[in-house]
Design a protein around this ligand. Structure first.
Ligand code: NAD
Ligand code: ZN
Ligand code: ZN
Length: 340
């Protein structure tokens, strides 16, 4: 089977032919149909973060496909069923976090495409308990971006406790941001979209954003304050300065939700303003299995639109370059069915 492999940080991925995989106990083998390209995969391939994966590895945590083989003990999935394999490849199921519905904070977790091989491949293994069934009527190409971009932004809005009539700033209208705008609208909020390209701002408007802020020329904080200040700002742009810009646009009691993970990212948070204005800074990491089930449910009900463009696996390096140049409309999905 073909797989795109990171052999060394910062080097182009290598397309390799690898032997077929055998699912271990509790695992399934999946014939991958579609695999989204999350900016996290680029951070992984570049070794951007303090905790690094170990090359060689196959990135990808938006893999969606059909179960092909069941490992010992797997009874709740069936061959031919469509499943999605998110970032949370596996968690312990026993710790305080797992038992309180916060398995995304489990210290024993294994991350797909980081701590084990991921979805940039024709076939992949997954732990059956964490492979999410995709409902009928949701295509593999749509399910892929929902598996990380969708669940992560859906969770970020939950963490921000967004309520109707509130103002939500979404900073960065990329793969994550184009879905964040939609979840904020579903929550009933007024949405201010912030980005640095005309195309991204036009897309945000098309998806329901009420206020458009061009961070190349507008003072983001000042524009948000003109609208009363944001109750929540969801920071999705891979740029430290973008976090500071939206933080400056919070209203009293507002919440900055940090989601993007720029390499060596640090943010200057003014202590005086934070204390006097009673604002909070919150980190938010992906979403739980239940969050992903809800994301799929909303999509199956026709309440969200996934904007994607499909490409062959062999073009993965050009795809990464396009994301880094900010040229992708929202999300690239590697199509593993074409060219098979
Ligand atoms: P992306 O490249 O698709 O989107 C980033 C967007 O930010 C682009 O639209 C870009 O034009 C915009 N941008 C760049 N500079 C900006 C600025 N100064 N102000 C406003 N917008 C600006 O990336 P993505 O796949 O959406 O991922 C975004 C980040 O989120 C990455 O760092 C990724 O690793 C991280 N991420 C975090 C989690 C989590 O659980 N916390 C999950 C998934 C992804
Ligand atoms: Zn991701
Ligand atoms: Zn745990």
């Amino acid at each position: 089977m073909k797989a795109a492999v990171v052999r060394a940080f910062g080097e182009p991925l290598v397309i390799e032919d690898r032997p077929d995989l055998e699912p271990g106990p509790g695992q399934v083998r999946i014939r991958v149909e579609a695999s989204g390209l999350c900016h996290t995969d680029i951070h992984a391939a570049q070794g951007d973060w303090p905790v690094k994966p170990t090359p060689p590895f196959v990135p990808g945590h938006e893999g969606v496909g059909l179960v092909e083989k069941l490992g010992d003990g797997v009874t709740h999935l069936s061959v031919g069923q469509r499943v999605a394999v998110p970032w949370l490849g596996k968690a312990c199921g026993r710790c305080e976090h797992c038992l309180s519905g916060w398995e995304t904070l489990c210290e024993q977790q294994v991350n797909t495409g980081y701590g084990c091989d991921g979805g940039y491949a024709e076939r992949m293994l997954a732990w059956a308990d964490f492979a999410q069934p995709v409902p009928d009527g949701v295509s593999a190409v749509d399910a892929a971006p929902l598996t990380c971009a969708g669940v992560t932004t859906y969770k970020a809005l939950k963490v921000a406790e967004v309520k109707p009539a509130q103002l939500v700033a979404v900073s960065g209208i990329g793969g994550l941001g184009h879905l964040a705008v939609q979840y904020a609208k579903i929550a009933g909020a007024t949405v201010a979209a912030v980005d640095v390209t005309d195309e991204k701002l036009e897309l945000a408007a098309e998806l329901g954003a009420d206020i458009l802020i061009d961070a190349r020329k507008d003072d983001v904080g000042a524009v948000l304050k003109q609208h009363g200040g944001a109750h929540a700002a969801i920071a999705l742009a891979v740029d430290d300065a973008a976090f500071e810009a939206v933080n400056a646009g919070l209203r009293r009691g507002g919440k900055l939700v940090m989601v993007a993970l720029p390499a060596h990212g640090t943010v200057r948070v003014p202590i005086f303003d934070t204390v006097l204005n009673g604002t909070s800074v919150i980190g938010s990491i992906v979403g739980t299995q239940q969050d992903l089930a809800e994301v799929f449910q909303l999509h199956a009900a026709g309440r969200t639109r996934v904007i994607s463009e499909t490409r062959p696996l062999t073009s993965v390096n050009e795809c990464i370059a396009e994301v880094l140049r900010g040229e992708v409309r929202a999300r690239i999905v590697l199509d593993l069915v074409v060219g098979r």
